[in-house]
Write a protein that binds this ligand. Structure first.
Ligand code: KG4
Ligand code: ZN
Length: 346
């Protein structure tokens, strides 16, 4: 079969990224321009600034990518773009840019979901073999998903309230840590010990998750200590939080592995950048003799390489978008698979 080159575009938050990937698994070249330093000045992503910076930078990012790849847009087989979810103004820049490229170069357009990107970034490490269990941990998702084939998802467990990344970001704010929240909680926790007693959420045999009780416990603990005039040991609190949050993740993953006789696990989403989680997942999968795949750090944070990977199965089945494609700030990735989700009685 002829090789397929897909040019992927990602601009859902504060990274402008374009990549070319061959056959959904071989990175030719990628450029990522992060706006992190700018948004850190404001303590979080400022949507208006993000979209303006994407607009200013996207052409330069494309030029840089093409020179690294030593290719032209006319050499690729399709243009893929993240259309959801994310900041609407940021997504719009990528989507409209992708449409222009597709129109000018007469290429098919592929609308790819950001979470599909995180899942398919595993293809860059090794070919995904099905069935497998995907642990999806991001700012908007916390799911255990059984994948029986490409784009065939059965949600075994999901969060009843907040996503884990959202919880990390909130805890970072409570502790007065700078943006971005997750990595800074991790950094802060390195100097601490898990000495604070926190509630152990979902201490049962369900596969669902819950993070809002843990979040409230941290807010209350922090508030009470301040009221009493006590110093909050930030690094100990960050460490205690990390332990309890990731303990829930590994406990539920272990349950799912045992219940569904899983042999392969992949981890996807921004929270998989956590060294703590990576280590805990490795320990778990080693002890259960399960094959584990976690993408290298550069593919865990937002990038267009993963988008070009996730677009490949879409390309093969002719799942193309037309020029009416619109960016969507919210779209639950697994909603199309709801009919096959959640086993009865689980
Ligand atoms: O997958 P992602 O890009 O978000 C969505 O697409 O929703 O991941 C971003 C999330 C943020 O909530 C961020 O705080 C979290 O991933 N994150 C981390 C770490 N690095 C990023 N959380 C915990 N530890 C980290 N090292
Ligand atoms: Zn992401």
């Amino acid at each position: 079969m002829k090789d397929v080159y897909i040019l992927g575009i990602e601009s859902s938050c504060d990274e402008t990224s374009i990549s070319i990937v061959k056959n959904g698994c071989e990175e030719i070249a990628t450029t990522v321009l992060t706006q992190m330093d700018t948004h850190a000045l404001y303590g979080g992503v400022v949507p208006e600034i993000a979209s303006r910076m994407h607009t200013e930078n996207i052409t330069m990012v494309l030029e840089d990518l093409l020179s690294k790849a030593n290719m032209d847009v006319s050499d690729v087989d399709a243009i893929a773009v993240t259309y959801a979810p994310g900041l609407l103004g940021s997504l719009l820049v990528g989507v409209e840019f992708a449409k222009v490229l597709a129109l000018v170069y007469d290429k098919p357009l592929i609308a790819t979901h950001h979470i599909a990107g995180h899942i398919y970034s595993n293809q860059l490490v090794k070919k995904m073999e099905f069935p497998l269990l995907a642990l999806v941990v991001s700012g908007g998702h916390t799911e255990l998903v059984l994948m029986e084939d490409d784009y065939k998802f059965k949600v075994l467990g999901t969060t009843k309230d907040d996503a884990i990344g959202e919880c990390f970001d909130k805890v970072a704010r409570v502790l007065g840590l700078p943006y971005p929240g997750g990595p800074n909680v991790e950094k802060c926790a390195k100097d601490g010990k898990p000495t604070y007693e926190l509630p152990k959420p979902m201490d049962n045999d369900e596969l669902d998750f819950s993070f809002s009780g843990l979040k409230s416990a941290i807010i209350n603990l922090n508030h009470n200590e301040i009221q009493r005039g006590n110093e909050v040991r930030k690094s100990d609190l960050a460490s205690s939080f990390q332990h309890v949050a990731f303990d829930q993740i590994t406990r539920k993953t272990k349950l799912a592995i045992e219940r569904y006789n899983i042999k392969r696990v992949i981890v996807a989403g921004g929270v998989s950048a956590s060294a703590f989680l990576r280590e805990e997942m490795k320990k778990l999968c080693d002890s259960l003799e399960v094959d584990l795949c976690i993408p290298p750090m550069r593919y865990c944070t937002d990038n267009a390489t993963m988008i070009a990977c996730a677009a490949y199965p879409q390309y093969l089945r002719g799942d193309f978008a037309d020029f009416s494609l619109r960016a969507k700030s919210q779209e639950y990735f697994f909603q199309d698979s709801q009919n096959i989700s959640k086993e009865d009685g689980q």
